[in-house]
Design a protein around this ligand. Structure first.
Ligand SMILES: C[S@@+](CC[C@H](N)C(=O)[O-])C[C@H]1O[C@@H](n2cnc3c(N)ncnc32)[C@H](O)[C@@H]1O
Length: 246
C-alpha cells in the first residue's frame, strides 16, 4: 500500500488557487527567476553559498569516482560544487522540473541533466553512490515519495545529503530573516533588473520556510523510508543538513 502523502507545508492558497496548481506555479516561478537565481543564492548567504555547498558535500563523504545524482539541480550550484571536488562530469546527473533553471546550468553540456521531479526520479534502481538535494525539500509535493525515490536510486550503502533552510526558533531571528528576504534582497534585485521576479520568489520562499514541517518530522520520514544513520546537523539558526545512507 502506498504511504499517506506528507506535504512539506499546508497549501499556500495565497499563491495558487488549488493544490493541483502548485507544481505549475512553482515551475513558472523558477523559470522566471532563473536568470537571477545564482545572484539570489549569493545574496541570501552573504556570499558563502558556494563554499558551504562544497564543504557540506565533502563532509558528507562525496569523493571523486562516485556516481552523483543532484535532485532539484536548478542552475547547478550543487553540481558545480561536486565538480570542484574532482568528480568526473560523466558520473554526474541532475534532475529538475524547471527548464529555465536547467538552461542556466553552465555545466549542462558536460553532465547529464533531465527534466523531472524528485517524486518520480527518471533513473533505474541503485544507479548512484550519492544523492544530494539543495534547498528544494520545501518544493516537493510529498516528502515520503521523495525519500522512497531517493532510497530506490541509491546503491546499498550509498549516501544522501539534503541541505535546507529551517525556520529560526527565535522570534527576533525570524523577524530579521523575513526583513532581509522580503525587503532587502527583492529591492536590490529590482535595482539590478527592474522586474518583480525576485520579489515573488522571496515572498514564496518566506512562506514555505515559515510553514515547513519541523525537522523532527523530516527526520522521522527519512527513517520511515528505510534510510539508515539519519542525522541532522545545523549551522547557525537557519541552515540544516540532513544526511543518511541506504
Ligand atoms: C531553491 S532552488 C534550488 C536549486 C539548487 N538545488 C541549489 O542548491 O541552488 C529549488 C529547485 O527545486 C526545483 N523543484 C521544484 N519542484 C520540484 C520537484 N517536485 N522535484 C524536484 N525539484 C523541484 C525548482 O525547479 C528549483 O530549481
Amino acid at each position: 500500500m502506498a504511504p499517506t502523502p506528507l506535504s512539506p507545508h499546508r497549501p499556500l492558497d495565497e499563491f495558487y488557487s488549488a493544490t493541483q496548481q502548485r507544481q505549475k506555479f512553482i515551475d513558472e516561478l523558477f523559470n522566471e527567476a532563473a536568470p537571477d537565481y545564482d545572484w539570489v543564492s549569493f545574496m541570501m548567504s552573504f556570499g558563502t553559498d558556494r563554499k558551504y555547498r562544497r564543504q557540506a558535500l565533502h563532509e558528507a563523504g562525496l569523493r571523486p569516482g562516485m556516481r552523483l545524482l543532484d535532485v532539484a539541480s536548478g542552475t547547478g550550484l550543487m553540481i558545480r560544487a561536486a565538480l570542484q571536488l574532482g568528480l568526473n562530469p560523466a558520473d554526474v546527473s541532475g534532475v529538475d522540473p524547471s527548464r529555465g533553471m536547467l538552461a542556466q546550468n553552465p555545466e549542462r553540456h558536460r553532465v547529464t541533466l533531465l527534466e523531472g521531479r524528485g517524486e518520480a526520479l527518471p533513473f533505474p534502481d541503485a544507479s548512484f553512490d550519492f544523492v544530494c538535494m539543495g534547498y528544494a525539500l520545501r518544493h516537493v509535493e510529498d516528502l515520503r515519495t521523495l525519500f522512497a525515490e531517493i532510497r530506490r536510486v541509491l546503491r546499498p550503502e550509498g549516501r544522501v545529503l539534503i541541505l535546507e533552510i529551517t525556520r529560526p526558533a527565535s522570534a527576533s531571528a525570524r523577524r530579521l530573516l523575513r526583513l532581509y528576504m522580503q525587503k532587502v534582497v527583492p529591492w536590490v534585485g529590482w535595482l539590478r533588473r527592474r522586474n518583480q521576479s525576485t520579489l515573488r520568489l522571496m515572498q514564496y520562499y518566506w512562506a514555505t520556510i515559515e510553514e515547513c514541517v519541523p525537522p523532527p518530522v523530516i527526520l522521522a520520514a527519512l527513517e520511515a523510508s528505510g534510510l539508515q544513520a539519519v542525522v541532522r546537523t545545523t549551522t547557525g539558526p537557519v541552515l540544516s543538513k540532513y544526511s543518511a545512507r541506504r
